[in-house]
Ligand binder design. Sequence first.
Ligand code: GAP
Length: 478
Amino acid sequence: MSTASDTLSESTPAPAPPPSDLLDRLVSLGKQRGFFYQSSEIYGGINALYDYGPLGTRVRRNIRNRWWRSTVELRDDVEGIETSIIMNPQVWVASGHVAGFSDPLVDCTGSCRRRWRADHLPAERAARGRAPDAPGCPECGGDLTEPRQFNLMFRTFLGPVEDTSAQAYLRPETAQGMFVDFKSVLTSSRQRVPFGIAQNGKSFRNEISPGNSIFRTREFEQMEMEFFCEPGTDDHWFDYWRAERFRWYVEELGVRSSRLRLRDHEPDELAHYAKAATDVEYLYPFGWGELEGIANRTDFDLTAHQTASGVDLTYLDPVSGRRYIPYVVEPAAGVDRIMLTVLIDAYDEEEVRGERRVVMRMHPDVAPVQVAVLPLSKKEELTGPARELEHRLRPHFATEYDETQSIGRRYRRQDEIGTPLAVTFDFDSLEDHAVTIRERDGMTQVRVPVEGLEGALRDELARFRERTAARARGGSAG
Ligand code: GAP
């Protein structure tokens, strides 16, 4: 099992980052195969907003389901909820977002007139081959204005009158829903502290410098869990969730540990609510970046909401008789960013019999298709039974039926979208009632009777899961 100690130490050789042009290759594959593309594309798109196609939607659903299953369903101590995107605006005053959820913005007064996040300037300069601490605009070298704070929350109005009394916000994080519903969940469930409340859903931030495709967008989906615990036990739970979230990426998504690390925040980086924070970082083609944040939010949020709402948010421990405001440890992840990470991590190219093969070595439970059913030819005597076979498998696996093009090209397409297993129905199948299972990574083939196909596929997928996790732990393959 991987733990926090699997992160890089000084003695570990630095991992090789994915090739720098991989993001471009993925963006074009994403569009071609239907993973993701610009929103409103027929109108020229819209900055930092994306749509997910049929395959991308399946991958996102798989990621979300795996998170929900391990964070909520398989645990006794976490409840799942869904709260509204637009909340009472007082929530955002109490949480500190109205006053403080802002980024420092600077404008170029030179030739390019671009707008930058002041804290991103060194990285933006480095990305353009300039010295990180050189003065001026990263793009054109022109003068920059003094930084001014820019609030990232999207504003809207409830009802027909657009004045400040009707002003509301699109949530910039799902977390506040869990804080303001803390008391309701406590009284309506049978939970006792320590316990968690989780939800996933859309969040919105008017990012100043979105970019790197779906890594930083203005509308995105979060998966967050607030774990309420007794003050004094918070360090323990912080360490627990730090290790658990690292494990999840390796064991359950198959992300290779050699490209993951846990990075503790320096005191001057900490958010206003946090006593400690650690990012799970991934080595992207553009360098190390945050994949998920784990924070010890102390009693900051519940105290703030108790003060602002006047509602008692303390907890009375039935055993010790102690009354307190619980501390909170929060693992906060983003579906879009995980999807990008999974695609980057799975992407591989190799030469097979003189031809380039693109293969997505995705975890079989994250891949959009688990089993493709392919008749060898388009002849009706094969397509009829192959279709029937696919219908029989459909309730048990994520399947796809494909009879277009040559069998070789169909295998390549399945490799490109990460399908672990392909079942081929050929002319012999009509006689011997057997089919060929071809697996994605080694391209090995086995002949199995149609009768026991479902079981054989299950066994193959189980072996796939083990291999994927072993690869992720060792970080060697691919
Ligand atoms: N409740 C704490 C919180 O929201 P965060 O680090 O700002 O913390 C958590 O966000 C996660 O949400 C990030 O690690 C990332 O995966 C995702 N996320 C945040 N902003 C994003 C953006 N603009 N685009 C895509 N994902 C984003």
